[in-house]
Design a protein. Structure first.
Lengths: 370, 264
């Protein structure tokens, strides 16, 4: 008998034959041992993105998607994971927006889902296709809130939490990790759901600033990143800028991630492009429209899309050249500041030409990726 | 988008308006992506300027600004007094700080159970895989009052949803309470044809008011299960005034992202 008592109905419904693949996500002892063995020295942890991904993202890892959909999400780092052709990753995030293209790239085979898609840009048709083709297997289904509770339980140092979410829903039948129980504090019938603490293998979190040891500062919605940073076995911090430790100590507002969690610090300006980075740049609407309306139409389209935007691009700077270079940066910064603060009265115009054709543009230089 | 001011009201604009009318001033409202965002902002610009909007990514009480494209985007935390984390913002629902929550659907049944997971019989090989829960299940499990919104057709209003993502009244009667879920469950459903509530005993969906030009029979035709009729004459849903329509078109969704229909 294994160490864990999974929800049998879900195992059966998900047709999981070997439950060992489920274990690491809830293996607290393993995570604790891992954390205990981390290098405690106050050293300079800076390295390049290539080095960090090569060293800390391993085949078969349970990886998270940081930020929210395309807000402060480490998208450029995920592209590096693709370029290094990591294999058999499990993705576990709320939301799991940047998970679909990892499947096409051959990097990801397993999902712990709470949400697939990118909100207003619509349904992720690609994920459905990969699911049907057997290229990706669902290991667990969650709601945003219940998965967030799993991360939070890990951060707070708890075996799990009792939740009122998921009750009565079919997700209970498709999540091996959760169980309906009676609330032990009550005499009257009071069903609750036990949600275990969850421990991913590797998280890449993009922040505004970090010092060279990894103390990290960001603003905007934290989503699950504070909890994930505490829970994950390996943590790569990518930062818009590296600042001196004194800057972190004197401006400690928004410093949510302590250096002790951090394995690697990567100076990565524009690390969240083509997503939005609070205060820095707006998300590229046309790019996401192209991803959803062109790439997701077929596997061939997706390969072409990845070829243009990922494989043939060395780093985020080359990516931004394709978006429109310095002009794109300036306009994108203007847009995000207008949406976040109150300088719309200087005449910032959010109009843009929506990409609707679903075809590869004849002249890419005519596209305006704002 | 061209000049929309001459055009007659379209069904999505009607939906946004009715939705906004469900919100009372000074309430705390939990908002998901899409039409609910439009409705929240419309309510704030018209009859309910003092509402507090809460978003699942952690955004709280943003200052009036551009329409959010994402529930994590800047407009959901624009100059917010503070920004929370995801589990805390759902905690606000559990702990009783949120009055109303809004939810869309891909499929809905007569007890207000909602599916946003998949269409088909086989979960592992669905005909269509949809987004999954996101925050929907959390809202439907925890909110004091749920308001459901979407387009009505026999394919969407089905006798049994293919997957219960977000529980409404489950099998009706007191089954929601027995399952341990919180709050009143869905208090109304809003579509392009009608507004529905739920009969208090059986918890079956019942017509509350019909939109102008829609008969009960027409509404029933666009529904895959038997609808209950209220007693007496069925009221007609109030339509937005010209002024409110202008606010919606010019100030809330000037780019027509959520409230235009191609060809209309």
């Amino acid at each position: 008998m294994g160490k864990f008592s999974f929800n049998e109905e879900a195992i059966k419904n998900l047709k999981i034959t070997d439950t060992s693949i489920l274990e690491r996500l809830v293996d607290f002892e393993h995570a604790r041992k891992w954390h205990l063995s981390k290098d405690r020295s106050r050293k300079d942890k800076r390295m390049s993105l290539k080095e960090a991904v090569a060293e800390y993202v391993s085949d078969g890892d349970i990886m998270t998607d940081g930020g929210f959909c395309y807000v402060r999400t480490s998208i450029q780092s995920y592209f590096e994971v693709i370029r290094q052709q990591k294999k058999n990753l499990q993705f576990c995030s709320s939301p799991n927006t940047n998970h679909s293209y990892m499947i096409n790239a051959g990097c990801c085979r397993y999902s712990h889902n709470s949400y697939i898609g990118a909100e207003m840009r619509g349904i992720d048709r690609n994920y459905a296709r990969q699911l049907k083709a057997g290229k990706v297997n669902i290991l667990s289904e969650w709601s945003h809130g219940s998965m967030a509770q799993g991360f939070k339980a890990a951060q707070l140092g708890l075996p799990g939490v009792f939740s009122k979410q998921l009750l009565g829903s079919d997700m209970i039948k498709y999540n091996p990790y959760v169980k309906v129980m009676q609330n032990p504090m009550r005499n009257d019938p009071d069903p609750v759901v036990f949600i275990p603490a969850i421990y991913p293998d590797v998280s890449i979190i993009h922040v505004h600033a970090a010092d060279k040891k990894g103390n990290a500062r960001f603003f905007g919605p934290a989503v699950n990143d504070i909890a994930m940073a505490a829970a994950t076995r390996k943590l790569i911090i990518t930062a818009e800028e590296i600042v001196p430790e004194s800057d972190i100590r004197y401006n400690n507002k928004g410093v949510y991630i302590p250096a002790m969690y951090v394995d690697a610090v990567v100076e990565l300006p524009f690390g969240a492009v083509p997503g939005q980075m609070p205060g820095c740049y707006y998300w590229s609407r046309q790019w996401w429209e192209m991803a959803f309306r062109y790439a997701m139409k077929s596997d061939e389209n997706f390969q072409h899309f990845l070829e243009y935007w990922v494989y043939s691009v060395k780093d985020q700077y080359e990516f931004i050249e394709k978006l429109g270079g310095a002009r794109w940066i300036a306009e994108s910064r203007r847009l995000t500041k207008a949406e976040e603060y109150d300088n719309e009265d200087i005449g910032v115009n959010f109009d843009y030409e929506e990409y609707t054709s679903g075809e590869w543009p004849e002249d890419m230089s005519k596209m305006r990726f704002y | 988008m061209g000049n929309r001011s001459d055009k007659p009201m379209n069904p999505l604009e009607m939906l946004a308006y009715i939705l906004s009318k469900q919100i009372n001033d000074h309430e705390v409202v939990y908002i998901g992506t899409g039409l609910p965002m439009i409705a929240g902002i419309l309510a704030r610009k018209t009859h309910a300027p003092n509402i507090v909007l809460v978003y699942e990514s952690g955004g709280q009480d943003p200052m009036e600004g551009a329409l959010p494209w994402s529930v994590g985007g800047p407009a959901t935390w624009r100059k917010s007094p503070l920004i929370m984390e995801m589990p805390y913002s759902f905690g606000q629902l559990y702990n009783g700080y949120v009055d109303k929550a809004f939810l869309g659907f891909a499929q809905i049944d007569m007890y207000g159970n909602v599916n946003t997971h998949m269409i088909g019989k086989d979960f592992l090989k669905p005909d269509h895989r949809l987004t999954g829960s996101g925050g929907n299940n959390d809202l439907s499990s925890l909110a004091e009052n749920m308001i459901l919104v979407g387009l009505q057709s026999p394919q969407k209003f089905v006798p049994k949803v293919d997957f219960i993502t977000s529980p409404g009244f489950l099998d009706g009667g007191d089954s929601r309470k027995k399952a341990g879920l919180l709050g009143n469950g869905p208090i109304c459903v809003i579509t392009q044809a009608a507004v529905f509530d739920f009969e208090p005993e059986t918890k079956r969906m019942r017509v509350k008011s019909l939109h102008p030009g829609v008969s009960f029979d027409l509404c029933q035709l666009a529904c895959g299960f038997e609808l209950l009729k209220p007693e007496g004459e069925i009221p007609v849903t109030e339509v937005p005034s010209k002024e409110i329509l202008e606010i919606l078109r010019n100030e809330v969704d000037p780019r027509g992202v959520f409230t235009t229909i191609p060809g209309m």
